[in-house]
Ligand binder design. Structure first.
Ligand code: C5J
Length: 238
């Protein structure tokens, strides 16, 4: 719920430069915080990744999510995954590489990366409220073959705070798509993670280089500070 101390705008410390945001036209976009990427036995692990690398993003995202909810900000969660008949999964994706299980194969959390299976769902710590929007996407970018553009236009969104996994894949793909569509993207660095720490670092550098070629990079502390009203100074009665 909104509270009387709410700020309508805030300046977020970011690189390459601070950015002033109107919270009423800003949405929080949380990318693919799904069990399939975060937990053993899911898609991420079938690709040979150490899924524990992603856990560090959960607390910072939870903090930003709490602030976004307190500001009545639009919150959009995405989930990567495919229809049970795999009709939206190109062979170029399903046949690639040599994973221990392929997309659609049965695994410990249900069929790998398939909508409706336990592994496809968002982790309990960041579970969407009924009032929040969940976008199911077949690709890496959240705009491809989804209703995300329509949703953001409907709510008058101009700015996106972006968190999620993985930094260099679905977060980067989505930020690039959003940038081309005219959205100002502020990526929350500690609210993103990769199975490869060096890719996380480079993924963020690619976004903020060249004067912010795709967007801005900040962190959860700076975002929370920008969303918190400064204390009112005490006035002396003398
Ligand atoms: C990947 C994603 N890494 N959500 N998906 O395949 O980044």
């Amino acid at each position: 719920m909104a509270n009387s101390q709410q700020l309508s705008r805030g300046t977020v410390a970011a690189e390459p430069e601070p950015i002033d945001l109107d919270w009423s036209t800003t949405a929080l976009l949380i990318i693919d915080m799904q069990r399939d990427f975060m937990e053993p036995g899911g898609f991420g692990e079938t690709l040979g990744n150490d899924v524990s690398q992603l856990a560090r993003a959960v607390k910072p995202i939870a903090a930003v999510l709490g602030a976004a909810r307190a500001h009545d900000m639009l919150v959009v969660h995405t989930r990567e995954g495919h229809l049970p008949d795999l009709s939206d999964a190109p062979a170029a994706k399903t046949e690639r590489g040599a994973p221990s299980l392929r997309i659609g194969d049965p695994g410990p959390m249900g069929r790998i990366l398939i909508r409706g299976e336990a592994g496809h769902d968002i982790i309990p710590a960041l579970y969407p409220l009924d009032s929040e929007i969940v976008i199911d996407k077949p690709g890496k970018g959240a705009f491809y073959a989804t209703e995300l553009s329509d949703v953001l236009q409907k709510y008058g969104i101009e700015n996106l705070l972006v968190c999620g996994v993985t930094t260099e894949v679905c977060v980067n793909s989505t930020v690039r798509e959003a940038n081309d569509r005219g959205y100002r993207c502020v990526v929350v660095a500690d609210g993103c993670a990769s199975y490869f720490p060096e890719f996380h670092e480079m993924g963020l550098k690619m976004i903020k280089a060249q004067g912010g070629i795709f967007g801005w990079v900040s962190d959860s502390a700076a975002v929370l500070k920008a969303m918190t009203p400064a204390p009112i100074p005490e006035t002396s009665s003398i």
